[in-house]
Design a protein around this ligand. Sequence first.
Ligand SMILES: [Mg+2]
Length: 452
Amino acid sequence: MTMTTPEAALDRVNTHSRPSDLRITDIRCAEVIGAPFRSCLIKIMTNQGIVGLGEVRDGASKSFALMLKCRLLGENPCDVDRLFRRIKQFGGHGRQGGGVSAVEIALWDIAGKAYGVPIYQMLGGKFRDRVRMYSDTDASVPSGTETGKRLKQRMDLGYTFLKMDLGLGQIMHVPGAANGPTGVLDLYRTGYEWRETKTLEERRLQNALYDVHNVRHPFTGLHFTEKGLDLLEQYMSEVRAVVGPEIPIAIDHLGHISLNDGIRLARRIEKYDPAWLEDVIPWQYTDQYERLAKSTTVPICTGEDIYLKEDFLPLLACGGVSVIHPDLLTSGGILETKKIGDAAYDHGVAMAIHMAESPVAAMAAAHVAVATENFLALEQHAVDVPWWDDICTGLPKPLVRDGHITVPDKPGLGIDDIDDDVIREHLQPGVKDIWESTDQWDGEWSWDRTWS
Ligand SMILES: [Mg+2]
């Protein structure tokens, strides 16, 4: 029998953290690209060496997180809800929720590590051990058969739930498939993506292109023609011919078309049993969602751009959605998404989760997914990114196995660290290094109260 020394006994005791004395000392960032889009990993540092990981949503600026730093320094990170309520006024819908949500997730990670429990346990425990992932699939070739083959490859990897695009993007280059005011479709065909601008004129043109893609659906004047609808129906039928009738396929990216066109397309593809039709129109149009849901038997879904539970409630109350689809990096983070899921449950609505970032975002979502009863499926958008699994250390590799994530019992998110060498190979354009000093944000000052 081996003698147990006092030192060996101490090894089993968590002596590195006294949670009551934990203090936030710093926030650092790493802006990465290609996992699968542009996102920003964050670290919240503490005075006891515990580091919390979070992530600012794909396509959002790190500034949304860093502007919160001065409001968090010196605080106990385990007071997750109190700090969330302090900073939540600095979040907004879409990417503007990215900073608050990233911080909230990192605070949970610290609290879990300090107390030695996984996040799902702090949310009330598990409804399931494994998280069903749905594979989103961008297809560059506008052909139902080609897309079907790509989806079939996902099925061969073990995915049990699929998503694809179906809308203007597939048909807008076909003459006579869509109509609209002269010139609008041409502008719409010019996609908007970030590019560096050197002159004021380049910046002005970039902003003008942004405006083109920022016109809400009812005001673009764009419509499917009957020919366009025929092509989209054929596309869907070709996909089903390849993947078979049994696997769920969610449909996204109809394009900026009207509610009426959304209804026309929905009715055309009802016979192919889509799992849901996503973001047909902007989520703000509650009345139109109600009309959409009453006009088709296809389940209606929205939510990836909604910040906080309060704006999910009108959609749930009016019966306009069968599935809600929050993104943890917009919704306000872990606890807010758990609350959103529970609110949906009360209305008989399922919760899928949108996610298009690194394993940090995936793990945050996975903890909510196992702890929420009406969870349906979590997005995986990085099936084709070979280094996605290498971003984090301490997770199972591959993280998604047979189309599922098994959530580990390790404290916090369950991630040991970020592999700096891996992400240094994928820095966003213009970014020189990772985890650099953010001291310039320490002294930010403003009188923040929103009432008098
Ligand atoms: Mg979407």
